[in-house]
Design a protein around this ligand. Structure first.
Ligand code: SF4
Ligand code: SF4
Length: 340
């Protein structure tokens, strides 16, 4: 499909059409845009930058029912209930979708050890991204390999050109989704205007730091004095990890829900003291220092070693939502300034 136009006045009609046969999620509810919520004809709007919570909760649920089990005639019987139905995500920003693509290998890379609930949701989803035209003061996607009009992980990308969006389908799933939509042909001027706006947006994102060499600086940095003071103002509330599109720590609990038992997976945080507490009473990360070191070493070093990419997309949520203003941009600048 060549470039097409979706008139803004037809967006709700499109969402209503999709919602008749599948689940559609959009940023919402307005005006605060706390999260991604089901589309129920509530009136479509986009947050200026991002929803407060990231897209990860659509696929990696805060609480996920993994399976049920019971003992029958001396045998343990398992019953896995996979999520059903197709999901359309509409209106996510490029950094959020890149964040989801970043954690895909964690849950899906190994065919023998993949996470069935996460994999099923990801495979049964189509994502329509809207490029950012007004990045916020805490955004730094371009410092960390991202782009306010980036296409990584998206099936369709929309670019706001005034009273319409320029529509580009990027995958077969995206093509299938947009088939039958009321789109108009785009002209040369529309395509040029979209390219102009994307370029202008790139220029609006602050250059926060130089990421080259950060991973190498952190190799052998585990015992560095730096960690002994940088964590001190942290309250250990875990907000930075809950709002982050790439943080993916979890815990599992088994609950008796008759008949039988149910295993749940719940979000957890490396910033919580209980996260690594052993049943023996020993805790390998007993203080905030070890926990904060883990957060940054994982994002900026361990994840790069394992997956070749820094586990941060520069969405700025942890910067905006941290109650004590602990700012990842300052941390990276400080690490970059410490001689190897
Ligand atoms: S670490 Fe902060 S800026 Fe980076 S992706 Fe997570 S929430 Fe966004
Ligand atoms: S949001 Fe701030 S205070 Fe809370 S755990 Fe993260 S760094 Fe610490």
């Amino acid at each position: 499909m060549g470039a097409r136009l979706l008139k803004k006045g037809r967006v709700e009609e499109l969402l209503n059409g999709w919602a008749a046969s599948r689940r559609v999620v959009v940023p919402g509810p307005g005006p605060d845009y706390e999260d991604f919520v089901p589309w129920k004809g509530q009136g479509f709007g986009l947050p200026p930058v991002n929803a407060r919570r990231s897209l990860k909760g659509v696929f990696f649920c805060r609480t996920d029912k993994l399976f049920r089990y019971d003992k029958r005639d001396g045998e343990v019987v398992f019953c896995e209930e996979l999520p059903e139905g197709h999901v359309v995500v509409f209106g996510a920003r490029p950094c959020d979708v890149r964040g989801t693509a970043m954690i895909d290998p964690v849950f899906m890379e190994d065919p023998d050890l993949h996470d069935p609930a996460y994999k099923t949701r990801r495979e049964n989803s189509t994502t329509v991204v809207v490029g950012c035209d007004a990045p916020g003061p805490a955004c730094f996607c371009t410092s960390i390999g991202g782009d306010p009009h980036g296409k990584e992980g998206a099936d369709v990308i929309l670019t706001d050109i005034g009273d319409a969006y320029l529509v580009e389908t990027l995958t077969g799933k995206g093509e299938a989704l947009m088939e039958g939509a009321s789109l108009e042909d785009a002209g040369e001027d529309d395509i040029k205007e979209a390219a102009r706006r994307a370029e202008a947006a790139r220029g609006l994102v602050e250059k926060a730091f130089e990421i080259d060499g950060i991973k190498e600086n952190l190799d052998g940095f585990f015992e560095h004095e730096y960690w002994k003071y940088m964590y001190e103002k942290c309250l250990g509330c875990g907000v930075c990890t809950y709002v982050c599109p790439t943080c993916h720590c979890f815990d599992v609990t088994d609950e008796e829900r008759g008949p039988g038992y149910t295993r749940y997976r719940n979000w957890d945080s490396c910033q919580f003291a209980l996260f690594t507490l052993h049943t023996s009473g020993h805790n390998p990360r007993p203080t905030g220092m070890e926990r904060m070191r883990q957060r940054f070493m994982h994002k900026l070093n361990y994840f790069v070693h394992k997956y070749g990419v820094t586990a941060c997309v520069g969405c700025g949520r942890c910067v905006v939502n941290c109650p004590v203003n602990l700012d990842i941009r300052e941390v990276v600048r400080e690490i970059g300034g410490i001689p190897r």
